[in-house]
Design a protein. Structure first.
Length: 757
């Protein structure tokens, strides 16, 4: 009995010990191993895999939440084959990725939203998630990692356009507005209402910012474009479109240095490839990033990194900042920051992370050229290299500094106290400063105001001061008297510029005398940066302070008479009072400073008389590229007989590729589309004895001259030759050139008609 009791005790102790071991055992997960041996990165850095397939597929953009988790937009339907079919399937997702065992690699994922068609943008704002699924922009609250209370923010966000040319980005800025690429609108939620207002039209895919607040973007053929000034400071005059202050090419050299020959869309064009068939200049640059983290070292702070997916590389540029200009240059001659021979490496976006490192969104797909723009040359090259087989993959890569990769960092700020969030405004990592600012505004706790005022008193950290100013503004806790006192005791150019811009909202007669005195004090500082933003702000006050402020505006205009950005800043301020300022200039005895500005003023007044506004005030959506519109018509109407790839269908219709009816003359092609064509017919040396007849569209009221032009533009791109662009007037005329016998053209009759290329 005693032995039996001892055995029971022993078994009990063993069971307890086993339970303790099981409870304390570290949970393990299967994490895919991805080789990066075909990647070359700049000395001192290391490339790591943060996540990959099977956790994600075809990622195009990401954002971190306050816990440091990655939220990734997966555009799974994009170009899964050479024909581009299936892009209308609701298979896109927004996925939450977690690293539960703390080794830096995703080991758990869950779907936040699914059944999306080509989703393209996401941002954590206002305690919820803002995301874009064409044509709509949506906002949802988040509860237990699930969407709640979906609100339609903008039904025209991505209306029209092409998957490569629709708004994207959704970047919350330091001024508390959300900016986008390929868009001329910005968004903000205020007092429960969503606001939408015009802004400068920017870029194509991806948008980023520097610490001061200037915006950067690019197009497929220009790796880096940027604004010389803070957003919406030179566009207030609806009748003048600035040309010198915004949308400036920052990198005159678009050269790339790939490690191998890559497949690009127009590689057959002279100068696109060098003698070794290597790409010469960017053709698909996207996803720029100004690095604002704290792990790379001072040498890399505010460097501009750019994705070049067609060449499987990422560029690094060093920026030079001046009061009214920016410029960028290749960081290391003839060498890229990252380059790979992995043809699946398709970096499409770059982001600063909460850990201070840089993150790369690698779509990892063989085909990244949309079918509407895909040339036969690239189609055949992709097929030959079997790049269409690289599907079902996707990666997020992390770039770390080898000497600083193990340092501790804050990654979970979800439940920080107000005082801790305010402290983060002093942090060296821009991501943490940005998110702390937005959390403070969202929480809007009264005890944060005194803490923010303390940040403003610390002149040793100008970046923290700028963030504190805009945090208070976002909370509705700024006042004219407060800003006035702050400006008087501050001497930092960038801080003063932001503070002065924030005065615009307090432009009233009651504040006018103090404003004039403050303005005079600022221009006495003789600071080029401050002077630029003084000029941009005067307009809100000049309406009722012309006598006091016109002389100040004139003084600054003359001071910078050879610098056009200052003149554009002034004309922006003169909204609705251009004629008054013109009369003021006539009374001046000196003609000094009039030459450049007088021309701008005259042009603006003329545009006002003709009611010709800057297009950002009239455009409602992005519009659809004619090739895209043409492809849609082709897919729905022509592909039934000619095939989605234009290869023709046996016994039904001949091929379009290498067909002289497509490649030789746009006029002849228009005649065929308008009036139809009956067989037999010769195409590319082959005789097609077809009994079918291609009907014309001339009498179909559903197809306009513009539609016919769009079809031709698509075919000219898809099957290039000698055919030139055709104008709408010509198509209208060709509608009247009907076949003599009625019905449709025969090959013999069509070829006798004299046409131009």
């Amino acid at each position: 009995m005693s032995n039996y009791k001892n055995i029971r005790v022993t078994l009990f102790l063993v069971l307890c010990f086993s339970l303790i071991v099981i409870t304390c055992k570290k949970e393990t997960y299967e994490e895919p191993i991805i080789s990066l041996e075909n990647y070359v990165i700049e000395n001192g850095f290391e490339l790591q895999v943060a996540t990959s397939e099977p956790f994600i597929e075809a990622p195009v953009v990401m954002d971190f939440d306050n816990k440091g988790r990655m939220w990734v937009v997966e555009m799974k339907g994009y170009m899964k084959n050479l024909e581009g079919t299936g892009d209308d399937l609701p298979n896109g997702t927004i996925t939450i990725l977690e690293d539960r065992d703390g080794d830096g690699v995703t080991d758990h994922s869950k779907i936040f939203l699914d059944s999306l068609v080509l989703p393209r943008a996401v941002a954590h704002v206002y305690g919820g998630l803002l995301y874009a699924e064409p044509p709509n922009l949506w906002f949802v609250d988040i509860k237990d990692d699930k969407p709640q209370n979906r609100i339609l923010v903008d039904s025209l966000f991505a209306d029209g356009g092409n998957v490569e040319h629709q708004p994207n980005g959704l970047m919350m800025h330091i001024d508390n507005w959300i900016y986008n690429a390929k868009s001329n609108f910005r968004y903000q939620k205020k007092k429960g209402e969503w606001l939408k207002e015009p802004t400068t039209y920017r870029g194509q895919w991806g948008i980023t910012k520097d610490n001061f607040g200037r915006l950067y973007y690019n197009t497929n053929s220009t790796q880096l474009i940027g604004d010389y000034v803070l957003p919406n400071t030179v566009i207030n005059n609806e009748y003048y479109k600035p040309k010198a202050a915004v949308s400036k090419k920052l990198t005159p050299n678009q050269r790339v240095y790939p490690l191998h020959a890559t497949a690009v869309n127009r590689g057959y064009v002279k100068g696109v490839l060098d003698k070794d068939t290597l790409l010469v200049n960017v053709t698909s640059s996207c996803g720029p990033l100004i690095y604002r983290g704290d792990k790379f070292g001072d040498e890399y702070l505010e460097n501009a990194f750019v994705c070049v997916p067609e060449a499987n590389l990422i560029k690094r540029n060093i920026l030079t900042f001046k009061a009214d200009s920016l410029s960028g240059k290749q960081a290391i001659s003839n060498k890229e920051f990252i380059a790979s021979t992995d043809e699946g490496f398709r970096p499409v976006n770059l982001f600063n992370g909460p850990d201070g490192n840089m993150y790369i969104v690698d779509m990892h797909r063989g085909i990244i050229q949309d079918k509407a723009f895909l040339t036969p040359y690239l189609h055949d090259l992709l097929a030959k290299r079997k790049l269409d087989t690289i599907i079902g993959m996707g990666r997020i890569l992390r770039v770390v500094n080898k000497s600083n990769k193990d340092s501790e960092s804050v990654t979970n700020i979800e439940n920080l106290k107000t005082s801790e969030l305010v402290d983060l405004l002093n942090h060296s990592n821009g991501w943490l400063r940005d998110r702390a600012q937005q959390l403070l505004i969202h929480k809007k706790e009264n005890n944060s105001i005194s803490l923010l005022n303390s940040v403003l008193e610390n002149k040793r950290n100008s970046l923290a001061q700028i963030h504190a100013l805009h945090t208070l503004n976002g909370m509705g806790a700024l006042y004219f008297d407060f800003l006035e006192k702050f400006i008087v005791v501050n001497n930092n150019s960038e801080v003063l510029s932001h503070a002065f811009i924030l005065l615009k909202q307090f432009a009233t007669i009651d504040n006018s005398e103090a404003f004039v005195n403050l303005t005079k004090q600022l221009i006495d500082k003789n600071d080029a940066i401050v002077d630029l933003y003084v000029l941009s702000v005067l307009g809100d006050w000049m309406i009722f302070l012309k006598d006091e402020l016109f002389p100040i505006a004139y003084k600054l205009s003359v001071k910078y008479k050879e610098r056009i950005v200052y003149q554009e800043s002034l004309i922006s301020s003169l909204k609705n009072i251009e004629e008054d300022y013109k009369l003021f200039l006539k009374r001046k005895t000196s003609i000094e400073g009039k030459t450049m500005f007088s021309g701008i003023l005259a042009k603006t007044i003329y545009s006002k008389e003709k009611n010709e506004k800057n297009f950002i005030y009239t455009r409602k959506n992005v519009g659809t590229d004619s090739r895209t519109a043409g492809y849609r018509i082709f897919r729905n109407l022509c592909a039934t007989c000619h095939g989605i790839d234009g290869a023709g269908v046996e016994n039904l219709a001949p091929p379009l590729k290498n067909s002289k009816y497509v490649t030789e003359s746009s006029e002849r092609l228009a005649l065929v589309i308008l009036h139809g064509l009956a067989g037999p017919i010769h195409v590319n040396g082959e005789f097609y004895k077809l009994n079918t007849t291609m009907p014309g569209l001339a009498n179909n009221p559903e197809f306009s001259d513009k539609d016919i032009q769009s079809i031709i533009n698509y075919l000219r791109n898809a099957f290039p030759g000698e055919a030139e662009k055709i104008e709408l007037d010509k198509i209208k005329f060709l509608r009247t050139q009907t076949p003599k016998a009625g019905g449709v053209f025969s090959e013999n009759e069509l070829l006798k008609i004299k046409v131009s290329k």
